[in-house]
Design a protein around this ligand. Structure first.
Ligand code: ADP
Ligand code: MG
Length: 700
């Protein structure tokens, strides 16, 4: 057959024509026969189920009912008239309604004769069904063919213009009949056999015209697997190419700094997760390829020490390292911490920030250029062109989401080879998403907290309980603890939010009066110097309560703060709530997070709050977030566009995704260029995919 037949414009399909074609193009992006075949049903209706009238629900679902018409009449209405039939079964009665084609229907309907009706029900003083599909029961029993009826994606405009699901199904049938389309298989026989997948042709046919449940399930599995498999094949290939092409400095030595620190100065036993991650990093930087690794670990999981030990490896190999943090407060905290940890080692550590004095800067520049400065910690100031290293071998970026890609790229140009890059983040990317989007990056996960941490207790309280909450705050302060109270600040409604914050501050100031209580306040409209001053008072324990907007979200460490109150918690996203909660639970004491809301909560808000109360696990939370918001909202539309999946769903089809990734890795591992005879079909399909960005249909 003509191999290009699937490229035929959709206008040419019998029953379509120019006006329908225009709609199909604009509403569903269907331009060709091939696009139509790729329109996979959203769901299927079980036509084996018959409803009784008294079982109907007010959910306008499509149902199938057996019954008979006992009378029929024409009713006048504002514009024209409608035809109404009374339809009964042994459990009740309902109305069938027609607005079009009334004459024909009136003449042809049989009274008191069993019919099977099918359609969406509506409720208005009882149930009715507009324009039902009808079939005499005797006919219906003769031709019970398709039990699973596909329901295609549609839009309001399409259904208004009469392109109903039935019309779509008919077009699909017409296409298969007209073209007698056959597909060559896009997976190798090895994969087909091992996974017991059905053939491409059978799958495409059954996804549109399922013969039975079992075949439908097999068809869906096969097509989802294929879709995810080729994405993985692409991602992993990219990664292999990157590793071959982009050279990095091999850190082959494990030398004195690392060993002395490990043996004598490590303040605690590393967790198994930390050990594993350090091993992963060592493998990476020991090879001659550049490391580009994302280190994920929940707040408090101990990423800093992993970062430090990686920096010591750089120094052991004669290189410099830098650590960049998103805020001055954080950079300073890192500086203090790392200085303390390395005080007995022969390591020169310095801090560079926007506020650094000229004299300090001059010295830093000099030491960086002559190589005597080993570790530079700082803010964005590190990226300035004036900052030149003698031999930067490693750049660590803390809290990745505050830095753009462009900024990261800047670090690359600070040396002949790009330095190894380690990005540390406490905002976990759900595993499923990481696998589908970042399959070409290396990812390490610290999935274990240091021992002895007390899980933060989280509760949800309504605003009406505020007095009790204040009492609780007072008790905790009495015990010597400190408290955060956080208000939302969301850009569009900034004025209102700002007012909320100030009102809240005043009410707290009234309930916790000076001089017994001291309160800090920090928000985005303050000058950085004032912010730092207020923050500093809280860090030093001079104030007991910190009233703030989300500016405190990232990384601040005040171990004595054990209570986090989040106001209007329903307005925060899940990952933000989790980040905020991570500000407490850093000391030895039991910590608490109290989510305050009004009574009016949407279903999604409820789910978010329940999730926070249920779990402290950032990955668990990230997965719920992904389900609630979808990949687009989490990664930004631009990145999620990469996915553009036609049949698979990365959340629901997580297991298939894992299998697909496993096979893609296995195959590329044995045959990186896909040149083996048995992988020929994979290579061909892969190349077609790269060319047409469409893996679906290649005709045999
Ligand atoms: P994060 O991953 O949030 O950056 P940090 O690196 O700041 O976490 O570590 C949080 C706290 O846990 C620090 O006080 C650190 O010293 C401590 N810590 C890290 N690893 C361990 C460990 N293996 N055992 C005990 N305490 C640890
Ligand atoms: Mg940290």
């Amino acid at each position: 057959m003509n191999p290009n037949i699937l490229q035929t414009p959709i206008d040419y399909l019998k029953g379509v024509g120019p006006s329908r074609a225009t709609l199909l193009r604009s509403e569903l992006g269907i331009h060709t026969y091939q696009d139509l075949i790729n329109l996979f049903p959203n769901r299927y209706l079980d036509k084996t189920k018959y409803y009784k009238i008294n079982e109907l629900q007010r959910n306008s679902a499509e149902v199938q009912i057996i019954g008979k018409i006992i009378n029929i009449k024409t009713v006048a209405q504002k514009k024209g008239k409608r035809l109404v039939a009374k339809f009964i079964d042994d459990t009740g009665e309902m109305e069938l309604v027609w607005f079009r084609g009334q004459k024909w229907i009136k003449e042809n309907l049989k009274l008191n004769t069993p019919y099977v009706i099918f359609g969406k029900t509506k409720y208005y003083n009882g149930f009715n069904m507009p324009h039902p599909d009808m079939e005499l029961l005797t006919e219906h029993e003769k031709n019970l063919r398709t039990v699973m009826q596909p329901i295609y994606p549609s839009t309001e405009k399409l259904s208004n213009k009469g392109i109903t699901n039935r019309v779509m199904s008919k077009m699909m049938q017409q296409l298969f009949v007209e073209t007698k389309v056959r597909f060559y298989d896009t997976l190798s026989s090895e994969i087909l056999e091992e996974l017991k997948l059905i053939s491409k042709s059978e799958a495409v046919f059954n996804v549109h015209f399922p013969k039975n449940q079992e075949l439908l399930a097999k068809a869906q599995y096969r097509l989802k697997f294929e879709e995810l498999f080729y994405i993985q094949l692409q991602l992993i290939t990219k990664k292999l190419i990157r590793k071959q092409k982009i050279k990095g400095f091999p850190f082959t030595e494990v030398g004195e700094h690392f060993n002395t620190f490990y043996k004598n100065h490590l303040p605690f036993e590393l967790t198994n997760a930390q050990k594993r991650v350090i091993k992963e990093i060592r493998n990476d930087i020991g090879s001659s390829a550049q490391m580009n690794r994302l280190l994920q670990g929940d707040v408090g999981s101990g990423k800093t020490i992993v970062g430090l030990m990686t920096m010591l490896l750089a120094i052991d190999n004669g290189f410099q390292a830098c650590l960049m943090a998103p805020t001055a407060i954080l950079a300073n905290q890192h500086y203090m911490g790392i200085q303390e940890l390395t005080k007995d080692l022969d390591v020169n550590v310095k801090l560079l920030m926007g506020s650094s004095k000229v004299k300090e800067r001059r010295q830093i520049h000099e030491e960086l250029e002559n190589g005597s400065l080993h570790i530079l910690i700082g803010t964005h100031a590190i990226l300035e062109d004036k900052v030149q290293f003698k031999n930067l071998g490693l750049a660590i970026i803390d809290e990745q989401h505050r830095f753009g890609v462009a900024q990261r790229a800047k670090l690359w140009h600070k040396n002949t080879y790009p330095p190894h890059i380690l990005v540390m983040t406490a905002t976990p990317i759900p595993r499923t998403l990481a696998m589908s989007l970042y399959g070409d990056l290396d990812i390490s996960v610290i999935d274990e907290l240091p021992p002895g941490r007390k899980a933060i207790k989280t509760v949800h309280r309504y605003d009406s309980n505020r007095l009790k909450v204040f009492k609780f705050i007072a008790d905790e302060i009495q015990k010597g603890r400190q408290v955060y109270v956080v208000y939302p600040l969301i850009q569009e409604s900034e004025v209102m939010d700002y007012k909320d914050l100030m009102d809240g501050y005043e009410s707290i100031a009234r309930s916790f009066p000076a001089p017994q209580y001291q309160i800090s306040i920090v928000h985005g409209k303050m000058k950085p110097a004032d912010k730092d001053y207020e923050m500093d008072r809280f860090v030093k324990g001079e104030t007991q309560i910190m009233v703030a907007t989300t500016v405190i979200e990232v990384g601040v460490n005040v171990p004595n703060a054990s209570v986090m109150i989040i106001e209007s918690a329903e307005r925060f996203g899940l990952s933000q709530l989790h980040q905020l909660r991570g500000r407490v639970g850093r000391g030895a004491e039991q910590s608490f997070c109290i989510l305050m809301t009004s009574f009016k909560l949407s279903a999604d808000s409820k789910t978010r709050l329940e999730t926070m109360v249920r779990t402290n696990d950032g990955f668990d939370i990230a997965e719920v977030d992904l389900k609630l918001r979808g990949p687009g909202d989490i990664m930004g539309t631009q990145q999620s566009g990469v996915l553009n999946l036609k049949i698979a769903d990365i959340v629901r089809d997580n297991d298939i995704l894992k299998t697909a990734r496993h096979y893609a890795m296995k195959i590329l591992n044995d045959d990186p260029s896909l040149s083996a005879e048995k992988n020929k079909v994979l290579l061909y399909t892969y190349q077609q995919l790269a060319k047409h960005k469409n893996i679906w249909n290649y005709i045999s």
